[in-house]
Design a protein around this ligand. Structure first.
Ligand code: GAL
Length: 533
């Protein structure tokens, strides 16, 4: 993007209960006291718990790959009832692969079952054969904010291994994505980056840090994970590596040959190809994405398409129509200047405005989760450092992203995950809010200088609600049920995994400086609904 700084160019059991009798008993909850919290969430129980989405889209005849995310003691045995013909499940790993033989666009209803020495869990799962992909927001890891211009085959394989060993994959993280800098760089003195941009057929070459792209994606796929990469519609990427301009079809063919499952397509030097005023907006802005979107759809494998153009031309209003599954709504989060509040808040506030445009298969993307050890986007040569975000801020970040049904890509240093960072990233109940199959992005209930309240309806009739304290002091934040448009609700604290009571008229919590209370308000018996916990 032309205006960017140069550095960037570069319960187990089901409990059924009536609410009426208890509704009056509690009107206020006990929230967190002041100060900064540590690890709030108990470790996942040893019994099996199946996580991740309950719905998954695939195009007819394309290869299917899904590793059932599940926590609990290993060894675990997996089963799937209703598996469509053409798919096979590895009972020991929970990886489902194959190609569904029935090409008819339709839903296949499955039951996934996981069992171990401690118990058994089962969950419905729907595979939708049709044109839609990313029916829930994509989740994974992207190397940019830690490794910048240094990604390598070795790093990506290691990231995939860690996605499994850290439990991230058991919570639904799936994509291992290379960002910029996997290609050659014109004019570079680094021997790893020199050499012809393309081979004799015009197919793009990876740089020497990626000696065997197909071998690498095969490895990632062998773990049941998926692989992504990045390019630009302009002649160069944002970090000045070779990109796809006038080679779009060849590059897509190459990505398919290599076995990639995700493409981030970053505007950058396309600004020179189509400068402002060269054609009316938004047609000028849409053209390269429409071209790529159409090419991707024709391929014999499913590739999720992420538009990266920083929100220009209100991309949320047309991103889906050009084939995008997600679109960045703002500039780079790592470059966002925080003032009183860290940068993720202003990015989050802007992204939250566009809730009407998100839905299954098309998501607003407010950029990556930057916690743990993170590099400095203003100086990409600086070594990654521990985040300066407070624990409260990190809980707020993840809560806001989950409520906004944002793609969840961690982009801190996956090779240096500490227990606190993992606790923030790997909370099954928080992730379930993000991955809910209704695919509704939270609406803004309130936004003042001191408070931000988001509410997201969930498939089972529950409502996820985030009470964000933007002020400098611990503060009690209240929300009336009428404001939320619901009656009495049983409330569960999703970071602490605690049921906090049943609330009739109002729910309130004491929330620390820059912190959040993230709750699920469970649907009650009104309207014939029963509620589950
Ligand atoms: C930016 C993009 C970042 C990263 C970077 C790579 O334009 O917003 O997410 O991909 O380019 O150079």
């Amino acid at each position: 993007m032309a205006t960017r700084p140069r550095s960037l160019l570069l319960l187990p059991a089901l409990v059924f209960l009536g609410l009426a009798g208890v509704a009056a008993q509690a009107t206020r909850s006990e929230g967190q006291a002041g100060g900064e919290p540590g690890i709030l969430t108990p470790p996942p129980p040893p019994t099996p718990r199946i996580n991740g989405p309950s719905v998954y889209g695939v195009r007819p005849g394309r290869p299917f790959l899904y590793r059932i995310p599940a926590t609990g003691d290993r060894p675990m045995r997996f089963r799937a009832e209703g598996l469509p013909a053409g798919l096979a499940l590895d009972e020991a790993t929970g990886i489902v692969r194959g190609t569904i033989t029935d090409l008819t666009p339709r839903s296949h209803e499955l039951t996934l079952i996981a069992s171990n020495a401690r118990g058994r869990a089962s969950r419905p799962f729907r595979i939708v054969v049709g044109d839609a992909l990313a029916l829930t927001p994509p989740m994974g890891w992207n190397d940019w904010y830690t490794f910048y211009e240094q990604p390598s085959d070795e790093l990506m394989r290691k990231a995939a291994d860690i996605m499994i060993s850290s439990g991230m994959a058991d919570h639904g993280y799936q994509y291992v994505n290379i960002d910029d800098a996997w290609m050659g760089k014109p004019g570079s003195n680094d021997p790893a980056l020199t050499g012809p941009a393309r081979d004799e057929r015009g197919m793009i070459n990876a740089n020497r840090r990626f000696p065997d792209m197909k071998g690498m994606t095969d490895y990632i796929h062998s773990l049941g994970l998926k692989a992504g990469l990045y390019t630009s519609p302009g002649p160069l990427t944002c970090a000045d590596f070779h990109a796809s301009h006038e080679h779009e079809a060849q590059d897509v063919a190459r990505f398919v040959e290599w076995g990639f499952d995700f493409l981030k397509y970053d505007w950058c030097s396309y600004e020179k190809v189509a400068p402002k005023g060269s054609a009316p907006d938004p047609e000028r802005l849409q053209k390269p994405y429409r071209l790529m979107g159409a090419l991707l759809k024709e391929q014999p494998r499913d590739i999720v398409f992420n538009l990266c153009q920083y929100g220009m031309g209100d991309v949320w209003t047309w991103g889906a129509s050009v084939g995008g599954h997600s679109w960045r709504t703002t500039g780079d989060l790592g470059l966002e200047k925080g003032q009183r509040l860290p940068g993720f808040y202003s990015i989050g506030f802007r992204n939250a405005e566009h809730s009407a445009f998100a839905g299954p298969g098309h998501w607003n993307d407010p950029d990556y989760i930057l916690i743990g050890y993170v590099g400095n986007a203003h100086d990409i040569n600086e070594a990654p450092k521990p985040t300066t975000l407070t624990p409260n801020e990190q809980y707020s970040y993840m809560s806001m992203w989950a409520l906004m049904a944002a793609p969840l890509f961690y982009s801190g240093d996956i090779t240096r995950l500490d227990p606190f960072t993992l606790n923030v990233l790997n909370n099954a109940e928080v992730i379930a809010v993000d991955q809910d199959s209704l695919g509704i992005q939270a609406r803004i209930v309130r936004k003042t200088d001191d408070e931000f309240v988001l509410a997201k309806p969930l498939e089972d009739g529950s409502l996820a609600v985030g009470l964000f304290n933007l002020s400098e002091e611990t503060r009690t934040i209240a929300v009336r049920m009428a404001e939320l448009g619901v009656g009495p609700r049983r409330v569960r604290d999703l970071w602490r995994w605690k049921d906090v009571g049943v609330f009739a008229d109002e729910y309130s919590a004491s929330v620390g400086r820059h912190g959040v209370m993230l709750v699920r308000m469970e649907a009650g018996p009104r309207g014939g609904q029963r509620f589950r916990m």
